[in-house]
Design a protein. Structure first.
Length: 354
C-alpha cells in the first residue's frame, strides 16, 4: 500500500487536510506530520478534535520564531522523520513555512511531492506566503489547483506537467461541516443576531506590525455604528497589547480565536466580513456573504472579478461607505471552486501512481 507523508502546521492546513485525509485513508497509508507552527490550543489542537483529524503521528513542536529560524528547524526535523518513514509521496498544503520546508526536504530526498492549493499568486513577493507558494510549485510533481486562474499562473511560469484542476478542498470541508453547525447555539454563545453584525479577522503583518496602520484600523472599526465581532489571532493580540491599544467602543468585541464550526456559523450569519485572510475570503463566498479585503491584492482574484469581494488595502476611510453599500449587495455564485469533490478527485489521481 502506498504511504503518503502529509505535512501540516497551521490552522488553514488543518481545515484543508480534514476532507483529503478522510478520503486518502480509504486507499493509502497516511502518516501525519504536524510541524507545530501553530501550537496555541485554539489554533491547533481544537481543530484536530473538532474536524476529527487523526492525531499526528509526529508532532515536531517547532513553534514560532523568525522565518529563517522557524523554517531551518523544520528542515532539520522533517528530514529526520522522512528518512525514518521512507514515504512514497510527500503531500503539502497551501503557503506556510511548513509548506515550503516540506517541499524542500522532499526535493532533497528525491521524494515525489504533491502540492494541494497550487498555482495561487498575489504577485507580492514581500509576502512570505508568496515565496512559499512559488517554491512548492516549482518542486512539485503533482499540482492540485483550486481554480482555472491558478492553471494560468502556472502556465505563465512554464509549469504544465502534473497540473490538475480539482477544485478547492476548503469547499469540500465547508459543505461537509455546514450540516454539523448548531447555528442557534453559536449565535447565542456570542450574543449576535443573524445579519445584524460584522465579522472581522486581522492577522497579516502588513496590518499588525506597523503601529500606525493597526491603530488606524482599530480606530475605524471602533467608529462603526453596529456590532462587530473580532476573533483575535494570537499574533494580533500581541501587537494590540504591545502598542497598548484600548478598545473604548463596546460595539467592537474582541474575543478569543473560535473553532471551525463556530466560525462557519458566524461567517454564514454575518452581514458583511472584513478580513485579510485568504481562507476567510473564500469562506465568505461559500457562505454567500460580501467581503471587504483588508489588503491591496488577493490570491483569489475571482472573488473581486465576480463582485463578492472588494480590495480596501489601508484605505480604511472607505470601510463605512463600502459596508453601507453591502445592504444592496447582489451577485451570483458560480462553480469557481469546483463542486465540492476535490478530495475524491485527488485520491483518484494518486491511485494511478506506480
Amino acid at each position: 500500500m502506498l504511504t503518503i507523508a502529509t505535512i501540516i502546521g497551521a490552522r488553514p492546513q488543518f481545515i484543508k487536510c480534514a476532507p483529503v485525509s478522510r478520503e486518502i485513508r480509504k486507499h493509502f497509508n497516511e502518516i501525519l506530520i504536524h510541524t507545530g507552527q501553530h501550537y496555541d490550543y485554539n489554533m491547533s489542537q481544537a481543530f484536530f478534535k473538532e474536524l476529527a483529524i487523526p492525531e499526528p503521528d509526529y508532532n515536531l513542536g517547532i513553534g514560532s520564531g523568525n522565518h529563517g529560524e522557524q523554517t531551518g528547524r523544520m528542515l532539520i526535523e522533517l528530514e529526520k522523520v522522512l528518512l525514518r518513514i521512507k514515504p512514497d509521496l510527500v503531500m503539502v498544503y497551501g503557503d506556510t513555512n511548513s509548506t515550503m520546508a516540506g517541499a524542500l526536504v522532499a526535493a532533497k530526498l528525491q521524494l515525489p511531492l504533491a502540492h494541494i492549493e497550487a498555482g495561487l499568486r498575489s504577485f507580492n513577493r514581500d509576502m512570505p506566503e508568496e515565496i512559499n507558494r512559488i517554491v512548492a510549485d516549482a518542486l512539485a510533481q503533482f499540482l492540485f489547483v483550486p481554480t482555472q486562474t491558478a492553471i494560468k499562473h502556472l502556465q505563465n511560469e512554464g509549469i504544465t506537467k502534473g497540473v490538475y484542476w480539482v477544485g478547492d478542498v476548503m469547499y469540500d470541508s465547508f459543505l461537509f461541516n455546514l450540516s454539523r453547525v448548531d447555528f442557534e447555539a453559536v449565535l447565542k454563545k456570542y450574543g449576535v443576531t443573524p445579519k445584524k453584525f460584522i465579522l472581522t479577522t486581522i492577522h497579516r503583518p502588513q496590518n499588525t506590525d506597523d503601529p500606525t496602520i493597526l491603530k488606524a484600523l482599530i480606530n475605524t472599526l471602533e467608529h462603526l455604528d453596529e456590532p462587530i465581532l473580532f476573533p483575535v489571532h494570537p499574533r494580533t493580540m500581541k501587537f494590540i497589547r504591545h502598542q497598548q491599544l484600548t478598545i473604548k467602543n463596546s460595539h467592537l468585541r474582541l474575543i478569543e480565536p473560535v473553532g471551525y464550526l463556530d466560525m462557519l456559523a458566524l461567517e454564514k450569519s454575518a452581514r458583511i466580513i472584513l478580513t485579510d485572510s485568504g481562507g476567510v475570503q473564500k469562506e465568505a463566498y461559500f457562505a454567500g456573504v460580501p467581503c471587504l479585503v483588508l489588503r491591496t491584492e488577493t490570491e483569489w482574484v475571482e472573488l473581486v472579478e465576480n463582485g463578492w469581494a472588494k480590495l480596501i488595502g489601508t484605505d480604511f476611510q472607505r470601510i463605512p461607505e463600502e459596508i453601507a453599500k453591502a445592504s444592496n449587495f447582489t451577485s451570483v455564485q458560480t462553480n469557481i471552486f469546483g463542486d465540492g469533490t476535490a478530495s475524491i478527485q485527488i485520491t483518484a489521481i494518486l491511485k494511478n501512481i506506480r
